[in-house]
Write a protein that binds this ligand. Structure first.
Ligand code: SF4
Length: 366
């Protein structure tokens, strides 16, 4: 087994990405077999615990308050609602629940306390708990860890260079800082990105440089294909071709051999043959459930049928890392600090984001 490299260059990654496809697939499948059981796929359920109304301007996201999309927003779910959904997810084969809140960053207070209680509740169901709540401070990451959080998701989305074409309300360094804060705990890191946002192949390689040079590399890397939602600045982007997805998955597998590579948004556009090639190329995780936060996803029965057809087994919980302990709120070592960290606001102008914002305010006046 080769050791994990944390010094991949963009040129080397491009060389891998652009190999003749059969060679790329063979190499990726070979690495995959060295580090993982090729017939096991981890299944996560993504739950939007607070939808819409987000102050950020991510150009791909229908939850940004500034764009006019059809999604229905909702306030933070109750712990009981989340527990019911987690039990349902467990019964249908999920080993992990990932809770997403449309926040710029976590704010100390009753809502965060409620999320901590959700983490405790799901960990006690013996499921892996993941959260994606925006930027977090070190103290907040420690409080999440203490509650029993297994993974924190914070995507880099794309390369540092292209990030400025996607988001203007925060900087790449904020993302990296949050990942660093999570790394100060035992919580595993989930961080990946989206292809199909108008970025070049160099940008895709650039994102893989940023992820693979993190030490340690993220334990899971979701690879999303943009779902172009009407009303968002990226509504007119062309769908990602399956070949691009396969190349991206295979390259990710080669540069991050131990990582769980997750097929995420955009799976409804992929047929079974395409998904099978992605699994062969090293994808070993999917999101289950008919919705991914706000965009469509294949339903659970369809996925289980696919697993049967391909001879795949859902991965059990805590196979890759032990189950964290849950400390009750009353015994917590970390208090709420009421911090007001200064995350950056680059506030540069992104033409298509501005155009979508204006279109949205005109629509609101009609
Ligand atoms: S991706 Fe997250 S941070 Fe960006 S607008 Fe959507 S909900 Fe907000």
């Amino acid at each position: 087994m080769e050791s994990i490299r944390n010094n991949w260059t963009k040129e080397e990654i491009l060389e891998v990405y652009n190999k003749p496809l059969m060679e790329l697939l063979y190499d990726a499948a070979t690495v995959h077999r060295q580090y993982h059981d090729p017939n096991t796929v981890q299944v996560s359920t993504l739950l939007s615990i607070k939808t819409g109304g987000c102050p950020e301007d991510c150009g791909y996201c229908p939850q940004a308050a500034r764009y006019h999309t059809d999604i229905e927003g909702n306030d933070l779910m109750s712990v009981q609602q989340v527990k019911a959904q987690a039990l349902r997810a467990k019964a249908s084969g999920s080993s992990r629940v990932c809770m997403g809140a449309a926040w710029r960053n976590v704010k100390d207070g009753p809502e965060f306390n409620q999320v901590l209680e959700m983490v405790r509740t799901i960990n006690k169901l013996d499921m892996e708990v993941c959260c994606t709540l925006g930027m977090v401070t070190e103290n907040q990451a420690k409080r999440l860890a203490e509650a029993g959080l297994y993974a924190y998701n914070h995507n880099l989305d794309t390369s540092e260079e292209y990030y400025k074409e996607v988001i203007s309300t925060r900087g790449y360094e904020d993302r990296l800082e949050t990942i660093e804060n999570v790394r100060k705990t035992n919580v595993t890191v989930c961080s990946g990105g989206i292809i199909g946002m108008g970025e070049s192949v160099e940008d895709r390689a650039g994102m893989l440089v940023a992820l693979s040079t993190l030490s340690p590399q993220p334990e899971s890397v979701p690879i999303n294909a943009l779902v172009a939602v009407e009303g968002t600045p990226m509504e007119e982007e062309k769908p990602v071709e399956i070949w691009e997805m396969i190349r991206m998955v295979a390259t990710t597998r080669i540069v991050m051999p131990k990582t769980q590579v997750r097929l995420s948004a955009g799976r409804t556009e992929m047929n079974r043959e395409g998904q099978a090639m992605c699994f062969f190329a090293g994808a070993n995780s999917i999101f289950a459930g008919d919705k991914l936060l706000t965009t469509p996803n294949p339903d659970v029965n369809e996925d289980m049928e696919m697993f049967k057809q391909l001879g795949l087994q859902p991965q059990k919980a805590f196979v890759k890392a032990p189950q964290p302990e849950t400390i009750e709120a009353a015994d917590s070592q970390f208090e709420s600090l009421g911090e007001k960290p200064k995350w950056t606001r680059p506030e540069h102008t992104i033409e298509r984001n501005e155009a979508a914002k204006q279109k949205s305010s005109l629509a609101a006046k009609e």
